[in-house]
Write a protein that binds this ligand. Structure first.
Ligand SMILES: NC(=O)c1ccc[n+]([C@@H]2O[C@H](COP(=O)([O-])OP(=O)(O)OC[C@H]3O[C@@H](n4cnc5c(N)ncnc54)[C@H](OP(=O)(O)O)[C@@H]3O)[C@@H](O)[C@H]2O)c1
Length: 312
């Protein structure tokens, strides 16, 4: 079987299908997705096809990793549509790469390594304590994300297209450099309302970081290890999760709050811009997830909004 073409159609008699064929197909450098022309499903015996992507092709149902070939609700024949998805990269690798970048890049500006500002500022430190606080908050945020990626999230996707890593890294790394350049600039001026503004911002930032972490834990607990179950998230004993009463994706709400806090703390335009772009992106995702919840669960709580209670 060649995977050189972008789409392969494979008609087979089910009793003849050998799980090894499918595993061999996966051995090519490009992973492929398997989509049923009929409402069919498949899993190639062993772990097989862990990298299928849901691509709605024709009228067939997308196939899931956990589907078993022998249990297909078809007669003795089935048609499979393979699509070559191009080079893939592990989801976790993408996250680790895109989050390590901002952490390191920000610190380069914070320590004012040579060739960023004028030579006389090389390795000097800012006289404003808010600059040091901002560095701690920024680093804390990305270390938290890295640790969550490694130890908290239970992702349902194995891989994503390789090109995503370039797109995502450009976004995260580029913004980190832009923000860090201005916050750590020798001519940076602290927020207009001084200490009061910084303290308020810090409280908002920390509150939302704890909230975001609490939601991630709540989502993790919805999914038993090794499974891909999706359930309706409900408030738990942790008060930070009570926002689930009103919002479908409160982790995005808290993420927005964190960046609003960071914007208030640094009073820096590139930070405000990053917050805005992140908000737009998360709103698009939250709306999509909210729609899927409504579609998937008939008893989905009607009071919830995607990202902002009663508003959006
Ligand atoms: N600043 C920014 O621009 C920005 C943008 C996006 C994200 N972020 C940050 O990155 C974090 C993670 O983003 P994300 O988009 O991956 O969040 P997400 O889609 O809410 O997913 C978080 C984790 O929870 C799982 N999950 C979600 N809903 C579930 C459900 N109903 N049942 C069981 N498991 C469920 C997800 O599994 P699946 O693998 O199945 O989805 C994933 O492992 C965000 O919370 C936010 O803090 C920041």
């Amino acid at each position: 079987m060649s995977l050189g073409t972008s789409l392969i159609v494979w008609v087979c008699f089910l009793p003849e299908v050998n799980a090894d064929w499918l595993v061999q197909a996966r051995g090519h450098s490009h992973y492929c997705s398997l989509i049923g022309g009929f409402p069919v499903s498949h899993r190639g015996g062993s772990e097989g096809f862990a990298n299928y992507q849901d691509e709605a092709l024709r009228e067939g149902k997308s196939l899931k990793d956990e589907d078993v070939l022998q249990h297909l609700p078809v007669g003795t024949t089935a048609t499979f549509y393979f699509r070559d998805l191009g080079a893939q990269i592990s989801w976790v690798t993408v996250f680790l790469t895109e989050y390590t970048g901002p952490l390191v890049i920000y610190l380069l500006f914070y320590f004012r390594v040579p060739f960023i500002y004028a030579p006389k500022y090389d390795f000097t430190t800012s006289k404003h304590w808010v600059v040091h606080l901002a560095c701690m908050c920024h680093s804390f945020h990305y270390v938290k994300r890295l640790l969550e990626t490694l130890f908290v999230h239970r992702f349902s996707h194995g891989t994503m297209p390789l090109r995503n890593i370039f797109k995502n890294c450009t976004y995260y790394w580029g913004f980190a450099a832009w923000m860090a350049y201005y916050i750590n600039h020798p001519l940076y001026t602290p927020p207009i309302y001084g200490e009061q503004q910084i303290r308020l911002a810090l409280i908002l930032f920390l509150f939302c970081q704890i909230g975001n972490f609490s939601i991630h834990i709540a989502l993790r607990n919805l999914r038993p290890p090794g499974s891909k179950t999706r359930k309706i998230p409900y408030p738990t004993k942790n008060p930070f999760t009570w926002i689930f009463l009103l919002v479908s994706c409160p982790n995005y709400t808290y993420e927005l709050g964190s960046w609003l806090g960071f914007t208030l703390m640094t009073q820096c335009l590139p930070v405000a811009f990053f917050t805005l772009v992140g908000f737009i992106q998360m709103t698009v995702w939250a709306k999509g997830k909210h729609r899927s919840y409504l579609k998937e669960f008939r008893d989905y709580p009607p009071l919830r909004s995607p990202i902002l209670p009663f508003v959006l």
